[in-house]
Design a protein around this ligand. Structure first.
Ligand code: CO8
Length: 258
């Protein structure tokens, strides 16, 4: 029975809510365990196509548990970093589209989890950043690798080397989030976005995520053949044929969402 998060599912839309009752949501090893178990359950269930991640209470996630990390030795720190990296890699490479809805704070490991998600929205008033250097640390759950890929090297170095937290509006300017919303509209907007994605051809969405993510993993000359293969794969089970026939016939497409 999870203590620090709740996994709910409504058809193909899953929601993971960080729900620490006392204090702020943080990424302790217990929370990482629960997140890993929730993600495995979603993958094994095979029904979820979009997962919304958000936090109850004051913040999305205030980072890894500083009190727990203070006890680590060198091998323990390496294991802890690798563990978070494996979990966040699993989200990033999953066929499930992840949407992070951020409020309050997405700092350190919280920002790194958001970076592993496919889409990030933030409520105004959210503080985002990689404050690890303030603690004599560096990002350890993929932030040094994903942040430059998302915002470019210059802004990533500014954020990581200064440890400064930025506002949601500055995060929008950098492309770290794609929308800033009044706090009361955050979840509704994230759910509507999830429904928009869920209404599309499910095969196309999966292939589009994979092809687009490959853009930052491989040189363009290797990415192009992958895109062509993925484009061709859209025609395998009739999804592309249905989508285009619907356009020509001026009717809504009827994709198989089972
Ligand atoms: N870990 C542990 N406890 C925390 C954390 C945290 N990340 N953040 C806050 N807390 C605790 C505070 O110590 C405080 O505890 P107590 O009530 O016992 O005094 C309680 O939560 C409430 O905190 P605040 O009073 O500071 O609450 P505010 O609402 O004033 O501020 C903030 C909220 C802005 C989120 C603020 O708490 C803050 O800046 N927190 C620290 C943020 C931070 O530095 N995060 C990065 C952590 S490092 C990290 O994530 C590394 C990831 C990679 C790991 C790799 C492993 C090797």
């Amino acid at each position: 029975m999870p203590n620090f998060l709740r996994l709910t599912q409504d058809g193909a839309l899953a929601t993971i809510t960080f729900t620490r009752e006392k204090g702020l949501n943080i990424l302790s090893s217990e929370v990482l365990n629960e997140l890993e178990a929730a993600w495995k359950e979603l993958e094994a269930g095979g029904r979820a196509r979009v997962c919304l991640l958000h936090g109850d209470g004051k913040v999305f996630l205030a980072g890894a548990d500083i009190k727990e990390m203070a006890q680590l030795d060198v091998p323990g720190a390496q294991r802890f970093a690798e563990r978070g990296q494996r979990l966040f890699d699993a989200l990033e490479s999953s066929g499930i589209v992840s949407i992070a809805a951020l409020h309050g704070a997405a700092l350190g490991g919280g920002c790194e989890l958001a970076l592993a998600c496919d889409i990030r929205l933030a409520a105004s008033g959210t503080k985002l950043g990689q404050p690890e250097v303030n603690l004599g640390l560096i990002p350890g759950f993929g932030g040094s690798q994903r942040l430059p890929r998302v915002v470019g090297l210059g802004p990533a170095l500014h954020l990581i080397l200064s440890g400064e937290a930025i506002s949601a509006e500055d995060a929008l300017r950098l492309g770290l989030v794609t929308q800033v919303l009044p706090p009361e509209q955050l979840l509704d907007t994230a759910r509507k976005l999830a429904q928009t994605i869920l209404a599309k051809g499910p095969g196309a969405v999966r292939l589009a995520k994979r092809a687009t993510r490959e853009a930052l993993q491989k040189p363009q000359s290797e990415g192009m053949p992958l895109e062509a293969q993925a484009f061709a794969a859209c025609f395998k089970d009739g999804e592309a044929q249905e989508g285009m026939a619907a356009f020509v016939e001026k009717r809504p497409a009827s994709f198989k969402h089972a």
